[in-house]
Design a protein around this ligand. Structure first.
Ligand SMILES: CC(=O)N[C@H]1[C@H]([C@H](O)[C@H](O)CO)O[C@](OP(=O)(O)OC[C@H]2O[C@@H](n3ccc(N)nc3=O)[C@H](O)[C@@H]2O)(C(=O)O)C[C@@H]1O
Ligand SMILES: CC(=O)N[C@@H]1[C@@H](O)[C@H](O[C@@H]2O[C@H](CO)[C@H](O)[C@H](O)[C@H]2O)[C@@H](CO)O[C@H]1O
Length: 302
């Protein structure tokens, strides 16, 4: 039997919203234990003044990584979204997945109309603008997926949001920003050695969202101690958006059927589905439920 999640109606107001009027006729719903109390990005004060007690190690918490986080966060001194985004009375967001369904979609102009456009990993923008747009408010990535073109695939003020999986991920970003001697070991794919970025644009995602995605969306019925499945970066970004945004639309989500060796996975390359450490079947169920409960709306098909 498919796992189900119970939702309750929330008070987010989306009436008179040009992006939602044709698509959302019912009030949107909220997630169980949804809360805006969690800072979206990690901040120095969590580690410097008071030791932030977390139960879990990365990627679900920061237990054991406090010192390396403190060293990094002391360097960047920026822990929030930009004030012009924070101030928006209604944050209309689109999470752009990297799926093949965006190819020839001509959704570029639609995507660029959202207040907040979230992109993932090394998804290119240049050469694909007609289908995926050119605005990037935030890009979620980890060291192994940081091989995008900083100038061609981002805007000068795009926030680079590191999703920390392991302590080495935090060391990598510190080494890059601080221009320290490059010693990179323990990555499953070599991350960039040079990475032209304005350190004021870099943030670290609060692992709270990883924990929420894994526990509440992906495997809502598993005992909390059982082995958790790491959500894809896309599901993680949707989870973040559900907490941070007032309106969450998605595009480019959906994998080819297992065993389909013809259809490419991405809108930007020809790779087809191979073994994956993610449970894409469970993720599809979670996304379908979010769609059915009108918590999110899809610009492509699912
Ligand atoms: C080979 C490999 O490791 N692929 C993984 C890649 C890879 O690490 C990066 O592209 C960097 O090279 O990253 C992932 O994902 P990836 O970077 O491919 O895609 C980003 C997110 O888009 C959604 N997606 C993608 C393709 C598709 N057909 N349907 C989709 O729904 C997913 O939500 C996905 O998360 C990842 O981080 O999650 C997950 C992928 O399994
Ligand atoms: C296609 C696929 O599933 N790739 C897997 C990676 O995601 C996974 O790396 C794990 O991937 C994460 C991103 O999805 C983080 O980078 C994390 O540090 C890293 O350990 C490795 C190691 O477990 O195995 C591959 O087959």
């Amino acid at each position: 039997m498919e796992p189900t999640i119970q939702y309750h109606v929330c008070l987010c107001q989306t009436e008179n919203n040009p992006l939602s009027s044709s698509t959302l006729t019912l009030p949107p719903l909220c997630l169980p234990s949804y809360s805006r109390d969690h800072p979206v990005f990690l901040q120095l004060s969590d580690y410097f003044w008071v030791k932030n007690e977390t139960l879990y190690q990365l990627p679900y918490g920061t237990k054991g990584s406090e010192d390396s986080l403190m060293k990094f966060l002391a360097l960047t001194k920026r822990y929030n979204v930009r004030p012009e985004i924070e101030r928006l009375p209604c944050k209309r967001c689109v999470v752009v997945g990297n799926g093949f369904r965006l190819k020839h979609s001509s959704l570029g102009n639609v995507i660029d109309k959202y207040d907040i456009v979230i992109r993932l990993n090394n998804a290119p923008v240049h050469n694909y603008q007609e289908d995926v747009g050119k605005k990037t408010t935030m890009r979620f990535f980890y060291p192994e997926s940081a091989d995008f073109n900083q100038h061609l695939d981002n805007n000068p003020d795009s926030l680079m949001v590191l999703v920390p999986f392991k302590p080495m991920d935090i060391n990598w970003i510190r080494i890059i920003i601080n221009d320290e001697k490059r010693v990179f070991k323990g990555f499953w794919k070599m991350p960039p050695i040079f990475w032209e970025v304005n350190s004021e644009n870099v943030r670290i995602l609060n692992p709270y969202f990883m924990d929420f995605a894994a526990r509440k969306l992906l495997t809502p019925h598993q005992a909390w101690k059982s082995k958790r499945r790491i959500p894809t970066t896309g599901l993680l970004a949707i989870t973040f958006a559900l907490h941070f945004c007032d309106l969450v639309h998605i595009a480019g989500f959906g994998y080819p059927m297992l065993g389909n060796k013809q259809q490419p996975i991405h809108y930007y390359d020809r790779r087809t589905l191979m073994r994956t450490s993610h449970n894409i079947t469970l993720e599809a169920i979670a996304i379908k439920q979010l769609l059915q409960h009108r918590l999110i709306h899809n610009l492509t098909y699912f």
